[in-house]
Design a protein around this ligand. Structure first.
Ligand code: HEC
Ligand code: HEC
Length: 210
């Protein structure tokens, strides 16, 4: 029997006797186990997303500074297989199937607190077009301003994801799978149904640049 397990048993036994220190020890050990579990899992997630949530390859979205409620919602959507675009299935279904509710909320808190990824420059004309779409929408196509939900600086809030500094190829891919309803995102389908591919590329270039 290892020491920690022995201490847990002693702690549990004492907690019924009203000896406060025993109950505290048991609770501390559970917290410690939860912390170790989070650390180990972050190392796994980190092989793709970066342990600090800032990924190198644009296939893998940055998670750093992402809104915690949004991360939590997505992990549940991968786990219950309602986020079902091909990359979600290939990369995230297996990952999320192993996560408990407690671990999901710990992971969301952890990644949301990491400093955001650095922005990247790009084609100035494309970025200028994207900036206009983001703040004003495309009135002639009934596309609402993205800023009205994602925030004036694309910083995100609650279930509205942060988009600022995200990899442009990832953003473009999401706009395409959401528009074609391969990824279910009820609010977004209506908003972007008439956005052209060029307009998607522009808004993705703008978001990566801020
Ligand atoms: C093998 C690579 C890989 C690993 C490991 C991995 N992911 Fe992912 N993750 C991806 C890819 C690829 C996507 C994008 C899926 C898509 O395009 O729909 C993604 C998407 C996500 C998203 C959605 C982000 C967004 O902006 O919508 C979250 C949240 C996430 N992963 C969290 C995690 C967590 C937490 C772990 C560890 C438990 C993890 N991932 C492990 C590859 C990985
Ligand atoms: C009415 C509110 C609303 C508006 C307007 C809106 N969005 Fe969204 N957007 C959302 C919500 C909610 C989600 C999260 C969907 C989910 O949970 O899967 C989202 C998700 C996204 C994602 C996926 C992010 C990720 O990390 O995977 C992208 C990209 C995106 N929106 C871009 C845009 C762009 C570009 C515009 C403007 C043309 C826009 N959105 C306008 C509400 C909105």
């Amino acid at each position: 029997m290892n020491l920690r397990f022995a201490a847990l048993i002693v702690g549990t036994a004492l907690s019924g006797t009203g000896i406060a220190i025993g109950a505290d020890t048991a609770a501390d050990l559970m917290k410690e186990t939860q912390r170790e579990n989070l650390q180990k899992t972050v190392a796994t997630c980190g092989t793709c997303h970066g342990v600090d949530g800032r990924s190198i390859s644009p296939t893998f979205p940055n998670l750093a500074a992402q809104s915690a409620p949004y991360i939590e919602l997505q992990l549940h959507a991968f786990k219950d297989q309602t986020r079902a675009d091909p990359d979600a299935q290939a990369y995230m279904w297996g990952m999320a199937s192993q996560l408990s509710d407690v671990l999901i909320s710990d992971l969301a808190a952890y990644f949301s607190k990491q400093p955001a990824a650095r922005n990247k420059g790009g084609d100035a004309a494309l970025i200028a077009l994207g900036s206009r779409i983001f703040t004003e929408g495309v009135p002639s196509r009934q596309v609402q301003a993205c800023a009205s939900c994602h925030g004036p600086h694309a910083e995100g809030l609650a279930v509205f994801p942060r988009l600022a500094g995200q990899h442009a190829p990832y953003l473009l891919k999401q706009l395409l799978v959401i528009q074609s309803v391969l990824r279910s995102a009820p609010v977004m389908h209506g908003v972007i149904k008439d956005l052209t591919r060029e307009q998607m590329e522009a808004v993705a270039a703008y978001l990566e640049s801020i």
